[in-house]
Design a protein. Structure first.
Length: 352
């Protein structure tokens, strides 16, 4: 039985020296490589067995996954963990295909490590299988929960590992699936086993067991005797980028003054002009809308809205009736500058 194990070769780096005027100038030091999130997992002792005793001994990896000493590393995790809560969801690249006796294969691809707010974790993957006898059949790929695990709800089980956070856990095994009372109950659940199995309820996630066909292949992932626990899911180590909390938005700056000046008075037949200037508490040039209101008792109030782009704006005064007009200004505000109350801005008199 052949065993295919993918290995990654390390590339050598040769630094060149530049010689000028008899002096050798060392090449700039290479920046340290930043680790990317990965999932390292032996799958199980049973799956790692070699030779004639290995029912899943034929291994091949693809999609960037690397296998060393029967332990697979799935690279380039996408997702993050919240260090404060432990909530995480990270999907890794690559796949492993396991098989035996040229009769069947099981492929686990793009595994995802997820943890919820209560600390309950799952490892899921795109699972597919093939069977060559008695006639070729296949299933998947389908996203299936492989196994479950538990962590501290506060995220304390995630530790700092360089630029990443790291989680090492042993998946659940005993008590995962209540042993079946008889073959009928087992068949109905998709396990295809006998009474009192899985022994002590030791099993991978039932969804994974029942997805595999024929039912006998699922027996590679649950306990059928009291002899040993080599079918148990092996401990894993997952690394992930720590989710950073968004910085709170800066409070908008206050408008410290609104001044009106340089007024060209309107008449009953012509418009006029006035300049509105705003100053902020930070000194930044104010932008946004201002509402300028013109009032005279016994006459209709006139309102002009204008956009201020650099802290100042010339506002057109509409044609107005003769008499004394009171002016007020209100800045309407935006994300950068706080709105103001309606503020008095002087008076002027229309004489003709």
């Amino acid at each position: 039985m052949s065993i295919t194990i993918a290995r990654r070769a390390a590339a050598g780096l040769v630094s060149a020296a530049v010689v000028t005027s008899g002096l050798a100038l060392a090449a700039p030091a290479q920046a340290a490589e930043v680790a990317s999130p990965s999932l390292t997992w032996k799958i199980s002792t049973y799956a790692a067995a070699t030779g004639q005793s290995g029912q899943l001994a034929d291994h091949s990896v693809a999609g960037g996954a690397v296998e060393t000493d029967r332990t697979v590393t799935f690279p380039n995790g996408v997702g993050s963990v919240d260090p404060a809560t432990g909530i995480a969801s990270v999907t890794y690249e690559g796949s492993i295909t396991m098989g035996g006796h040229d009769q069947y294969t099981i492929t686990l691809a793009k595994p995802t490590v997820s943890v919820d707010a209560a600390g309950k974790g799952t490892i899921s993957a795109d699972v597919s299988w093939t069977l060559s006898v008695p006639s070729p059949t296949a299933g998947g790929p389908q996203r299936v929960n492989l196994t479950t695990f538990s962590t501290a709800a506060s995220g304390a089980d995630w530790t700092t590992s360089g630029n990443l956070r790291s989680l090492t856990r042993t998946p659940n095994w005993a008590g995962v699936q209540t042993p079946f009372s008889d073959t009928t109950a087992s068949d109905a659940a998709g396990y295809g086993t006998t009474a009192n199995r899985p022994t002590e309820g030791k099993s991978w996630d039932p969804a994974f067991i029942t997805f595999l066909k024929p039912a006998g292949v699922g027996a590679f992932f649950y306990q059928t005797s009291n002899s040993n626990d080599n079918k148990a899911p092996s401990p894993f180590t997952a690394t992930a980028i720590a989710k950073t909390a968004p910085k709170p938005a800066a409070a908008p700056a206050k408008i410290t003054s609104i001044k009106r000046g340089s007024t060209t008075k309107p008449t009953t037949k012509k418009t006029g002009k006035t300049t509105v200037t705003l100053t902020s508490s930070t000194g930044a040039a104010v932008t946004g809308q201002v509402k300028v209101t013109f009032k005279q008792k016994g006459h209709k109030t006139k309102v002009k809205t204008a956009y201020v782009s650099t802290g100042s704006r010339v506002v057109t005064i509409p044609k107005l009736a003769k008499g004394k007009w009171t002016v007020s200004v209100k800045y309407l505000g935006n994300a950068s500058f706080a709105r103001t109350l309606t503020l008095p801005a002087g008076t002027f008199k229309v004489t003709k």
